[in-house]
Design a protein around this ligand. Structure first.
Ligand code: ATP
Ligand code: MG
Length: 329
């Protein structure tokens, strides 16, 4: 079965989408088959991955994440398979859609109904899980990467209980440090509640469900490294950067250890140190490429070297994801 990895932080604008897209290309380049799901109604991942024309074509052909989930919203039936867009060798995308907000709208009731042991609640709450798994099976994928919006909402809850692991992108600032305890608290709470729901599962529910036994594994966090600057702002960022390991341990590791998830208490440093990459980021967006895929005319001179250097960083993150999750692949 494919391994599902969510990129989650309810703090917005911390690099979730950018890191996901770049590490996905690194995973595909080392030979893993990867499917991306844009589960954020902002659809930023889709805008990064494909041109406007390609996106319009997906909307016209009704092959976005909304089209997959729409039958549950209209009451027409269960989710349906949509053919993912091929982005590269080994890499596909199920595009995002602003109308995903309508599916988000039925998730809170679905959760309450699942806790009350009602079959419809299980159908709605596990729709993302079953969609991820079915799509991965059809494409023989090794990994499914999920891009989520910056919310602690019921859609993200459904995505997290469907995941084998999650990564927390964050920035070196007060807001990210403060966000960590709510990330840990939310996930611990969601997993605990899901275990309660599973105890109430009615006999009529025969489809496969996420068990949340020893998952989702907290794989760690990725911190933007602003200390590359030698001027005064670097010091200001470092104050917050230095607080992150303890905030991660207390806010995420301990609450998840308390619900018996496999955490590594010693691992409190960032998985990778990602530098502030200034204009390389918008250039890569324009070209719908990973930062390290930019060519000599898209990034010149020292910028070109900086773009190529990020390949090692994203390969490192790809290898961490593989080594932490591959045992059961
Ligand atoms: N390493 C980087 N260097 C410079 N700019 C970056 C870097 N990573 C991301 N950015 C920029 O920061 C902004 C936020 O990035 P991104 O959209 O990936 O964050 P996000 O966490 O997915 O946001 P949201 O919470 O809205 O989904 C974007 O404008 C992006 O271009
Ligand atoms: Mg995003």
């Amino acid at each position: 079965m494919a391994k599902v990895v969510a990129f989650f932080n309810h703090k917005g604008g911390v690099g979730k989408t950018t890191i996901l897209f770049n590490v996905a290309i690194a995973l595909a380049q080392v030979g893993k088959k990867v499917i991306l799901f844009d589960a954020d109604s902002q659809a930023n991942l889709t805008a990064l991955a494909v041109t406007e024309e390609q996106y319009q074509e997906s909307l016209d052909k009704e092959i976005t994440i909304w089209s997959a989930l729409e039958p549950l919203v209209t009451g027409a039936g269960d989710f349906k398979y949509v053919e993912p867009l091929s982005l590269r060798s080994n890499l596909w995308l199920v595009p995002g859609d602003i109308r995903l907000a309508d599916f988000e709208g039925i998730c809170p009731t679905g959760w309450t109904e699942a806790l009350a042991g009602e079959a419809r609640g299980f159908r709605v709450t596990t729709a993302l899980y079953r969609l991820f798994q079915q799509t991965a099976n059809i494409k023989s994928a090794d990994f499914v990467l999920i891009d989520l919006g910056p919310n602690v909402n019921a859609l993200n809850r459904n995505a997290l209980i469907s995941s084998d692991g999650f990564i927390i992108p964050l920035a070196a600032d007060l807001f990210s440090v403060r966000a960590l305890p709510s990330v840990g608290y939310s996930i611990a709470n969601w997993v605990r509640q899901w275990h309660t729901a599973l105890k109430n599962k009615p006999k009529t529910v025969t489809f496969e469900l996420p068990t949340c036994e020893s998952v989702p594994i907290p794989l760690g966090y990725v911190s933007q490294q602003f200390s590359v600057f030698s001027s005064s702002p670097a010091e200001a960022f470092r104050v917050w950067q230095d607080k992150i390991p303890v905030a991660y341990q207390e806010g995420v590791v301990f609450p998840l250890k308390a619900i018996k998830l496999p955490v590594n208490e010693q691992e409190t440093e960032p998985l990778i140190a990602l530098k502030y990459l200034s204009s390389l980021v918008p250039k890569a967006q324009q070209a719908h490429k990973a930062i390290f895929e930019l060519n000599g005319s898209e990034a010149r001179g020292a910028h070109f070297k900086r773009s190529k250097d990020t390949r090692e960083i994203f390969l490192k993150l790809a290898k961490i994801i593989i080594s932490r999750l591959e045992n059961a692949l």
